[in-house]
Design a binder for this molecule. Structure first.
Ligand code: PMP
Length: 363
């Protein structure tokens, strides 16, 4: 038997998957039990795959507490395509969409929405270098807006909303790509939630969309078939060939999350993991967190060292020590430890020990 070595994977996405999920997929890769073919070799219209899809959907519903009046879709095109599909379907002519600008991904969502209709940007944190989440008083919503768009976790800048903004009767649309199912979330406060799978849900190539049924009435018949949410609802995410393998892995990941005790238990672990890392960042002042304390993300921990030279050395030495993916996003530099659901707590202890040793040698 060969020995398998896995290093500590701090990548921002695609990112670490639960080892249990990888092992299960590996065991069944060549022949699904009772099927005799790989999941990648069967029709998306076979009863086997339909079962896989429906189980994935019901596990998402169960895990996330998704109410019955929300549809669950598995789409393609990443969260980036949702930047377009959301306004194309929900921003009806003559209305305005409010966008809260909390980071680089929010900016990209705004850019696409502006191509579709009128956009009002509120709570922009750009001048604060996206280092925090706006306070309720900084949000000025348009009365009767088509929707309010937010980004629950800012993957690049390392900030995360702790409480949802109060949008009254206006539907809240949330890009939850980098913190979905890292903690319990109140789906009923949203009109639509979307997330690329490649951080907390599974591999790249699947996008989870949850949409409140009544919002489907807004889509125009002039929309292209593939860009109309109604197409995917009507066809159970099987209008065209979906990412069958991705949905399969997403389903296994949902089962794994449920086996961890559900989202409240997952949140407790995530809080413990992040707290250890932030405590080390704050310990002496050698490391400096870039997000303001009350806005710090549980998923993407961003920090700097005293100089860019030291950051380069840190990254190089960390990589040699088996700590991979710690380089910050190219837009902001510095370091970023992405510690999604599947990242084990023991890996945090290894990083903390490395940071302490590095500071002793280089501080
Ligand atoms: N939104 C957020 C918050 C993200 O982190 C990302 C990807 N890192 C995206 C959108 C874009 O996702 P995709 O690459 O799936 O289009």
């Amino acid at each position: 038997m060969t020995t398998i070595t896995r290093i500590h994977n701090f990548a921002a996405g695609p990112s670490i998957l639960p080892l249990h999920v990888l092992e299960e997929a590996q065991r069944d890769l060549v022949s699904l039990p009772g099927v005799g073919m790989s999941v990648m070799e069967i029709s998306h219209r076979s009863s086997t795959f339909e079962n896989i899809l429906h189980n994935a959907e019901s596990d998402v519903r169960e895990l996330g507490g998704v109410p019955a009046n929300y549809k669950i879709l598995f789409l393609q095109g990443g969260a980036s395509l949702q930047f377009s599909m959301v306004p194309m379907n929900l921003l009806t002519p003559g209305s305005t969409a409010d966008y809260i600008d909390t980071g680089s991904w929010a900016e990209k969502a705004i850019k696409e929405a502006k191509r579709v209709g009128t956009v009002h940007v509120t709570g922009s944190m750009k001048e604060d270098r996206y280092s925090r989440i706006p306070s309720p008083g900084e949000l000025k919503f348009t009365p009767d807006a088509a929707y309010v768009h937010m980004t629950s976790n800012n993957t690049i800048e390392g900030t995360e909303w702790k409480l949802l903004p109060d949008t009254k009767n206006v539907p809240l649309v949330c890009d939850a790509s980098s913190d979905i199912f890292s903690r319990p979330l109140d789906i009923s406060r949203h009109g639509l939630i979307y997330a690329g799978a490649q951080k907390n849900l599974g591999p790249a190539g699947v996008t989870l969309v949850m949409i409140r049924e009544d919002l489907l009435g807004r889509s125009s018949d002039a929309l292209h078939t593939m860009l109309d949410y109604r197409t995917h609802v009507k066809n159970d995410s099987l209008y065209n060939t979906p990412n069958t393998f991705g949905i399969y892995i997403l389903g296994l990941t949902m089962k794994w999350l449920r086996s961890q005790g559900g989202l409240a238990a997952v949140q407790a672990t995530n809080e413990r993991k992040a707290a250890k890392l932030y405590a080390e960042i704050e310990r002496t002042g050698f490391y400096r967190g870039t997000a303001q304390k009350e806005s710090r993300s549980l998923m993407n921990v961003t920090f700097r060292l005293p100089t860019e030279e030291l950051e380069k050395v840190f990254e190089k030495e960390a990589t040699s020590a088996g700590l991979d993916g710690l380089k910050g996003h190219r837009l902001v530099g510095g370091m970023r430890a992405s510690i999604y659901n599947a990242f084990p707590e023991v890996g945090i202890d290894v990083l903390v020990a490395f940071m302490r040793d590095f500071e002793t040698r280089r501080g």
